[in-house]
Design a protein around this ligand. Structure first.
Ligand SMILES: [Zn+2]
Length: 357
């Protein structure tokens, strides 16, 4: 996606009025953000994986899910979000980062894909590999999206899902640096693996969710209508062709959600009322001060989904100092940030999907 200008906005929920805190401009370009992307926000905690959690957050204590065996124990109804473990998510992130750079079409991404797929299957999800080849500025590339659906009985059905939760798992290709994409690629994908464990605690909820790991989010040269978003464009097109797009009520995209200094910069095309309802969940979890609005469109995987008629919000921290630099490494992340976004999403999913259709 492109980095443009960022403005900070905090919602005053009592008055329902936005309060503008400031605005700054970041230059566009793959290396340009290094060292200039602004100062840390005073309202964002400098936490670490070992520090405490904000009020209302607790680490899950649920037992691990046995392979293929849906787990029915877990937190009481309405409290599933408490099971989301930032530490477990961070471990899944670290496992991806350890593989090295993971651009589309690379052997490292193939290893990453198998790692993710194995974890999903262990947590009770069926995984479909959506394979396609597309022309890129670097020639034809084979891409693979991973689509996970919860197994009820021997296999997963394809018609019970009502919500999408998505991430891209490829990393941007650089010739001059080893780009590890700890935040940009791994953070959201590792958290999505943890989400599969948590949702498996509540099979009736899990069967209503499709988890999607997009390949080819990153542009090979520069974002355009034909470069970048390869995976989400293909996935959205198949949804339309098969008619499955009609069964989904909404989507949530995660991208760069692990920054220690977490500010979720919502794009202006964030659909209502989905965004408003998500922010209510954020308020309930005392997390809403981490939200702001980006002042210009962000080209990301939510765009093809919105165009396919599925209202999809992009939970992205575009206010990330190490974006597209060699410094996008594990030490910039925190378990707490992953846990906050994961818990928020589970909180919302549980409420939005609780009743029937
Ligand atoms: Zn990127």
């Amino acid at each position: 996606m492109r980095r443009l200008a960022v403005c900070s906005l905090v919602f005053c929920f009592g008055l329902n009025l936005p309060v503008w805190l400031g605005c700054r401009r970041s230059p566009e370009g793959s290396q340009a953000s290094q060292g200039e992307a602004g100062t840390a926000r005073a309202d964002a905690p400098q936490d670490s994986a070992q520090t405490g959690k904000p009020p209302g957050f607790r680490t899950g204590t649920a037992a691990p899910v046995s392979p293929g065996v849906p787990q029915v124990a877990g937190p009481p109804p309405g409290k599933l979000w408490e099971a989301f473990s930032g530490q477990k998510a961070l471990e899944a992130v670290a496992a991806q980062v350890r593989l090295g750079a993971r651009p589309s079409g690379s052997a490292n991404l193939e290893k990453c894909r198998m790692q993710i797929q194995t974890s999903l299957e262990d947590n009770g999800w069926d995984v479909e590999q959506q394979v396609f080849t597309e022309e890129t500025p670097r020639g034809p590339v084979r891409f693979v999206n991973l689509l996970a659906r919860f197994r009820q009985g021997k296999t997963a059905r394809k018609d019970t899902q009502r919500a999408l939760v998505c991430s891209h798992y490829d990393t941007k290709r650089f010739s001059t640096i080893e780009f590890l994409g700890a935040c940009d690629g791994a953070s959201s994908s590792g958290a999505l693996v943890e989400l599969s464990r948590v949702l498996a605690l509540r099979p009736a909820l899990a069967e209503k969710v499709e988890l999607v790991f997009f390949d080819g989010e990153e542009a090979f040269v520069q974002f355009s209508e034909t470069d970048g978003l390869y995976g989400s464009r293909f996935y959205a097109r198949r949804l339309r062709e098969t008619g499955r797009s009609k069964q989904f009520r909404f989507g949530i995209l995660w991208d760069m959600i692990g920054d220690r200094d977490l500010t979720l910069t919502l794009p202006p095309d964030s659909p209502q009322p989905l965004t408003r309802n998500l922010l209510e969940s954020a308020e309930a979890l005392r997390f809403h001060s981490h939200f702001s609005y980006f002042d210009r469109p962000i080209l990301d995987d939510h765009v093809p989904l919105n165009m396919a008629g599925i209202p999809t919000v992009d939970l992205i921290d575009f206010d990330y100092l190490s974006w597209h630099t060699a410094d996008d490494t594990l030490d910039k992340l925190s378990a707490k940030s992953l846990e906050q976004v994961g818990a928020l999403t589970v909180h919302y999913l549980e409420r939005a999907l609780a009743k029937g259709e």
